[in-house]
Design a protein around this ligand. Structure first.
Ligand code: BT5
Length: 270
């Protein structure tokens, strides 16, 4: 792992491939500049990319978040990657857990850098209450079956990755800011992919749900949630249901399960 003295700001295909040599990838594509790694991965998946094929880009011009939100990935500063997964029959029934898989892997990777990270349910990773990463899972359908999943992760590594406040709906940060020194993005890629593969092997298990629950941001605190399918609800986060839905306890003592999907969550005092 890099120390500040060995910091290397550039990313190039050869070095990433070398860093990934021990990771069992199905394929690998690197782009200095791209529209969105998820779009490229979606197209590659449709063309038959094998399981665990990876798309990495230095810069995204049309990086996406959920529901048409923009995800900013300026050059030389962030990680933007998409992993193509060919789900097993069992995994097809657990599609809603892949967002957590991505978020958990980011948390575990950041832990290796000494950073305690938390998951703002469902898809944000926070350090010190600020967003450092976002996860976007998209699906490729074949008839009525999910044929592939695209697990996209955007992570602010250097300070220059963080957009200006006018572009944000929630405060953001970077690894560099939190650690007070820069981090080599190339070192981070295999760490992250290793944890993605590890969590995939225990998807939906008790350990998976427990680690997810332990990583929940604002646990025990009152939050407001709202979304496309979710009526605005205020309640205290009490944990996760057996299928990974967030469970809130309202002021009246009622337990409410939050729908998966385009859900927004804010601490009630935000
Ligand atoms: C997400 O959406 O957080 C999912 C972001 C996924 C990005 C990755 S990068 C690789 C892959 N390729 C893609 O095109 N996408 C994926 P959401 O929860 O909707 O949050 C989006 C919101 O986060 C925006 O509306 C901004 O407010 C904020 N945002 C945008 N860029 C950010 C950044 N670099 N850091 C922190 N917040 C950001």
């Amino acid at each position: 792992m890099s120390t500040p003295g060995t910091f290397c700001p550039d990313m190039n295909e050869k070095e990433i491939k070398t860093a990934l040599r021990e990771i069992p990838l199905g394929g690998f594509r690197f782009y200095q500049q791209i529209g969105s790694t998820n779009d490229t991965a979606l197209a590659w998946a449709t063309e038959g990319a094998p399981d665990h094929s990876l798309v990495v880009a230095d810069e995204q011009l049309t990086g996406r978040g959920r529901a048409g939100n923009t995800w900013y990935t300026p050059p030389g500063a962030a990680l933007a990657l998409s992993l193509i997964l060919r789900p097993s029959t069992e995994e097809r029934n657990q599609v809603s857990l892949f967002t957590a898989l991505g978020a958990l892997a980011v948390c575990k990777a950041l832990k290796e850098y000494g950073l305690p990270a938390e998951i703002k349910w469902p898809n944000d990773v926070l350090i010190q209450g600020k967003k450092v990463a976002g996860v976007l899972v998209e699906t490729v359908w074949m008839g009525i079956e999910i044929e592939s999943l695209i697990l996209g992760i955007g992570l602010n590594v250097l300070k220059t990755a963080v957009p200006t406040a006018d572009k944000l709906s929630f405060e953001a940060t970077s690894l560099e800011h939190a650690l007070n020194h820069p981090v080599d993005r190339i070192d981070l890629i295999p760490v992250l992919i290793r944890h993605l593969i590890e969590y995939r092997s225990i998807l939906g298990s008790e350990t998976f749900l427990l680690e997810w629950q332990q990583a929940l941001a604002f646990s025990g605190h009152t939050v407001l949630v709202w979304g496309e399918k979710q009526t605005p609800t205020t309640g205290k986060i009490v944990g996760l249901g057996s299928d990974g839905r967030l469970v809130l306890e309202t002021k009246q003592g009622e337990l409410v399960e939050v729908h998966f999907g385009e859900v927004h969550l804010r601490p009630a005092n935000h």
